[in-house]
Design a protein. Structure first.
Length: 128
């Protein structure tokens, strides 16, 4: 076992002579890591604000229909999301404990705008 530990120690501290097979293996491992497909790593940058229950508010409930107000800041920029409906479904699923199973359908989406016409929130009607 001392041989493996010593070899790893030499490789970590880059102690092998250039041109040796150990040096070539270390370089090949580094090159393989650099050219690893990005799809193997599942880290995604967070876009927009983190989903906060304060930014998703239930306005009304009647039977199987609920109406939520979703702050537009929690959504990703339009060029990043395939559709507004999918983005709102994901946000609602993350925000509410009763919606975490994802078993609801979005019926109607209405944009709420400020005085300048900017979208500040969406009023979303869902059905269970």
């Amino acid at each position: 076992m001392a041989g493996i530990g010593q070899a790893l120690n030499k490789m970590f501290f880059w102690s092998y002579e250039r041109g040796s097979w150990q040096y070539d293996v270390a370089v090949a491992l580094i090159v393989a890591f650099v050219f690893t497909p990005k799809s193997w790593f599942h880290d995604q940058p967070q876009v927009g604000l983190p989903v906060n229950p304060a930014l998703v508010e239930r306005i009304e409930k009647s039977g199987e229909t609920e109406i939520y107000k979703v702050d537009s800041r929690v959504l990703a920029p339009p060029e990043r999301t395939p559709s507004l409906q999918n983005a709102l479904h994901n946000v609602l699923q993350k925000a509410g404990p009763g919606l975490s199973d994802g078993r609801f359908a979005i019926g109607k989406i209405e944009a709420l705008r400020d005085e300048q016409g900017n979208v500040i929130a969406y009023q979303v009607e869902i059905k269970h």
